[in-house]
Design a protein around this ligand. Sequence first.
Ligand SMILES: Cc1cc2nc3c(=O)[nH]c(=O)nc-3n(C[C@H](O)[C@H](O)[C@H](O)COP(=O)(O)O)c2cc1C
Length: 121
Amino acid sequence: MFIIVDSLTGLSLRFARKIGYPVYQIDKDEIPFDQGEFFLITRSFNFGEIPISTIRVLRKHYQKCIGVAVSGNRNWGTNYGAAGDKIQEIYKIPLVLKFEGSGFEHESEIVKKYIEERGHE
Ligand SMILES: Cc1cc2nc3c(=O)[nH]c(=O)nc-3n(C[C@H](O)[C@H](O)[C@H](O)COP(=O)(O)O)c2cc1C
């Protein structure tokens, strides 16, 4: 089990590093896709869109993604974290959490517990 993160300004990355599993960044690290299941942490941009870099990973590997958490900002109103709703709808991946910035302690715990309960590999 590992975490894949798509972070532009570093906030999602900081959140990912609090969870306690190996973290790999899209377009920066070599991601060990042959190691089985992963949890995805991504962000929303441009009125609730899924970053294209995240879409590229999901198109190929969505079946191994056990859940997603999305970073956003409530200032975006109805588009707050909307990338997560879209990922859930399109790829049927459970949206576990929307969080602002790099999240709070109890929010990283939510993801940690989810992985512990749902992850098998
Ligand atoms: C151009 C731009 C568009 C954004 N659009 C949204 C959005 O539609 N919905 C949202 O919730 N947050 C939006 N945000 C906020 C980012 O998702 C938020 O700052 C996020 O924490 C960034 O994560 P990162 O630091 O890992 O890149 C936007 C930010 C920028 C700069």
